[in-house]
Write a protein that binds this ligand. Structure first.
Ligand SMILES: NC(=O)c1ccc[n+]([C@@H]2O[C@H](COP(=O)([O-])OP(=O)(O)OC[C@H]3O[C@@H](n4cnc5c(N)ncnc54)[C@H](OP(=O)(O)O)[C@@H]3O)[C@@H](O)[C@H]2O)c1
Length: 260
């Protein structure tokens, strides 16, 4: 694994992969649609856009491994589906790289549109003939953390949070480490799910957040309807038999509280 290209290398997961690869002394390139993305020194930036196809051939030219993290849940038809088609079109199959794709645990079990798009991307990769490995993980802790921050940001005296949701989130540093180890291995098609160590209700996660950040707010749960909340009520994101992560919600919150 010499020349590694990370799509979405400026994102939450991608930037952690970049950070870990740099610590390991690896050469890292990223693809970014931004004109001047903020990256650590030593990272080679290929300017390009998955949706238009601009810059993809050049970015892929020397890559022996591609970790494909770029995504846009609000524009998945373009970024994820057309973007992946364009990425695959730009591969030189005489020297195709190992393509590592990050997908979501629960894909294939729900009609939730973003998950259906991720499944389509998996199929596109499979049908393309590129050597690949797909890892499906549960939500990152940051996802639930952001959900809670959004709920608390609403200025009402009493916060109402959606009832009935459960998560088995995972720390993205463990996901990044797993993807790096997969990338240096031989292509393995679709791997078993990678989930966090604990299954928690949203209420429990919310309560622990308030406790660790010393926040006093009146709150209660309510049957708020929203397709995304229904997704996390359905249980498709729960994988007790694949609880591979070690870092807990408590560990994650303590770390953020120290940094706050
Ligand atoms: N967040 C979760 O809980 C979770 C859980 C399981 C799996 N995943 C998967 O993990 C992956 C990364 O998620 P994330 O939360 O780290 O994403 P993120 O922070 O939103 O980052 C998305 C990245 O996509 C890139 N991108 C968007 N449009 C692009 C375009 N047109 N051309 C090139 N690059 C483009 C952006 O790069 P530039 O702005 O530099 O172009 C950005 O770095 C996604 O595939 C997601 O489905 C996420």
């Amino acid at each position: 694994m010499n020349n590694i290209l990370i799509t979405g290398g400026t994102g939450l997961l991608g930037s952690e992969i970049v950070r870990q690869l740099l610590v390991q002394g690896k050469q890292v390139s990223i693809l970014s649609s931004q004109i001047e993305p903020k990256v650590a020194s030593g990272v080679r930036v290929f300017h390009g856009n998955l949706v238009t196809g601009e810059g993809l051939t050049g970015a892929l030219k020397e890559a022996t491994t591609v970790i494909h993290c770029a995504s846009n849940p609000r524009g998945f038809q373009d970024t994820d589906i057309i973007g992946t088609k364009n990425l695959l079109k730009a591969v030189d199959f005489r020297q195709a790289p190992h393509l590592v794709y990050i997908s979501i645990a629960g894909v294939g079990k729900t009609a939730y549109p973003y998950y259906v798009a991720k499944e389509r991307v998996e199929e596109l990769i499979h049908e393309s003939g590129v050597p690949y490995t797909i890892l499906r993980t549960t939500q990152f802790y940051q996802f639930v953390y952001n959900l809670i921050n959004t709920a608390l940001a609403d200025g009402n005296d009493e916060v109402i949070i959606p009832n009935g949701m459960s998560f088995q989130p995972v720390d993205l540093s463990e996901v990044a480490a797993k993807l790096i180890s997969i990338a240096s291995d031989t292509p393995a098609l679709l791997l078993p799910e990678f989930a966090g160590p604990e299954i928690m209700t949203y209420e429990n996660m919310f309560t622990r957040y308030l406790g660790i950040f010393n926040i006093t707010r009146n709150w209660k749960t309510g049957p708020i309807t929203n397709p995304r909340f229904d997704l996390f009520r359905s249980g498709v994101n729960i994988f007790p038999e694949h609880a591979h992560g070690k870092i807990t919600w408590e560990n994650f919150l303590q770390k953020h509280a120290r940094q706050a």
